[in-house]
Design a protein around this ligand. Structure first.
Ligand SMILES: Nc1ncnc2c1ncn2[C@@H]1O[C@H](COP(=O)(O)OP(=O)(O)O)[C@@H](O)[C@H]1O
Ligand SMILES: CCCC(=O)OP(=O)(O)O
Length: 365
């Protein structure tokens, strides 16, 4: 039986949508938004109508109507810690994402957009899902300890892409199931995170504010410098400094690594130094996560937009290839990963979880 699934990936300044029939792409579209347009909104949720309308208009243009989709799946947002895999969109989830998200992030719109589109363009029993949201938490207890009794480390990162590329490399390159593999994966893009996978579980994850810097995010910063700055600036300013205006943006005023790479290749010493530092930090984080696997690592995987940069990747490889073979999977296949996940539920290969807010932390263990 043929299943038609629409996947929706809301990013900071874009919404990507793609339609798949039994995992085959039939059409794809990216809507981009200027930072100035997006930053007028006080919260991510206020962008719902703008983003919904763009998708709905496009689907009408593609001649989609009621009954067109068997499932609609969105990139899941910053819920409390959850399990890997599919969650059905329910009221508890929508309420939590609107009123109590762990953080403001575009992926918080994935659930409501999936539901809104499913209601108008879905079959009678069309289901709305999120899949492998950014807060999938499979960390071991020892990894949760931060060093302060007041703060627990949390698993927040590019789980959807990291799990999808892990399954791909295990299957295609290692010749064994993901569930039997030991991998270190770094997603390097607008934001970066990295993770240690043992036997199909992400047992530790270095988030975008803990280790490696990226194009927009600062990564971990020295607390001795950060604490006094918090008393001189507002929370919004500090969040911007570390999330939107960190990393390459802080050094060069652009989040486009290609521009910085071009400068470096043309002899700009500052660009050469910062890209060398970026590779150095990616490698350090990978080394840290290799110790989580006691050095027994089947493969290191580098993925995300920056993985297209041979300039940066070669510098990372030089430092980490003594640990394990390095596989580079440039870009991300998040839309396909979303659609495949939803289809596994439709075909009964996978069971969709039910989100219950107060059970979320317990459920993840
Ligand atoms: N061919 C390339 N060479 C170097 N950098 C690239 C290339 N393609 C994309 N990038 C960089 O990847 C980054 C975006 O990564 P991506 O994973 O798409 O980000 P996001 O986290 O926003 O999804 C940008 O800085 C972009 O400049
Ligand atoms: C909040 C963790 C996930 C993340 O950073 O995603 P983007 O890089 O897409 O902003």
């Amino acid at each position: 039986m043929k299943h038609r699934v629409l996947a929706i990936n809301p990013g900071a300044t874009s919404t990507k949508v793609a339609c798949y029939e039994n995992d085959e792409l039939t059409f794809k579209k990216e809507f981009t938004y200027h930072y100035e347009t997006i930053s007028q909104y006080d919260s991510i949720m206020q962008q719902y109508h703008l983003r919904y309308q763009d998708i709905a208009t496009f689907l009408q243009e593609m001649d989609m109507k009621i009954g067109s989709f068997d499932a609609v799946v969105g990139r899941g947002g910053l819920l409390p810690p959850v399990k890997a895999g599919a969650y059905r969109v329910n009221e508890a989830m929508l309420d939590c994402l609107e009123h109590r998200p762990v953080l403001q992030h575009a992926s918080n719109l994935g659930a409501s957009l999936a539901k809104g589109i499913a209601e108008v363009f879905g079959t009678e029993d069309c289901q709305a899902f999120i899949y492998d949201p950014v807060t999938v938490d499979q960390m071991e207890d020892v990894a949760r300890i931060s060093g302060s009794a007041s703060i627990e480390r949390k698993s927040i990162g590019h789980v959807l892409n990291m799990r999808a590329v892990s399954m791909k490399i295990a299957d295609e390159q290692l010749g064994k199931p993901y569930e039997e593999s030991r991998l270190v994966v770094a997603h390097i893009g607008g934001g970066s995170s990295a993770s240690a996978h043992r036997n199909g579980r992400i047992i530790d994850l270095v988030s975008d504010d803990e280790g490696l810097f990226s194009t927009e995010r600062s990564g971990g910063l020295p607390l001795k410098e950060i604490i006094p700055m918090c008393f001189q600036r507002t929370q919004k300013e500090m969040t911007e400094l570390t999330r939107k205006k960190g990393g390459l943006v802080s050094y060069f005023g652009t989040n486009d690594a290609r521009i910085v790479e071009e400068k470096a290749k043309n002899g700009d010493e500052q660009a050469q130094l910062i890209l060398r530092a970026m590779a150095y930090q990616i490698a350090k984080t990978i080394g840290e996560l290799a110790t989580v696997l006691c050095g027994k690592v089947d493969a290191i995987i580098l993925t995300g937009g920056l993985a297209y940069s041979e300039y940066v990747m070669n510098m990372v490889k030089e430092r980490v290839s003594f640990l394990a073979p390095v596989h580079i999977v440039p870009g991300e296949e998040e839309l396909l990963a979303l659609a495949k996940g939803a289809r596994r539920v439709l075909t009964g290969q996978e069971h969709a979880h039910t989100f219950i807010e107060n059970e979320a932390i317990v459920a993840s263990k």
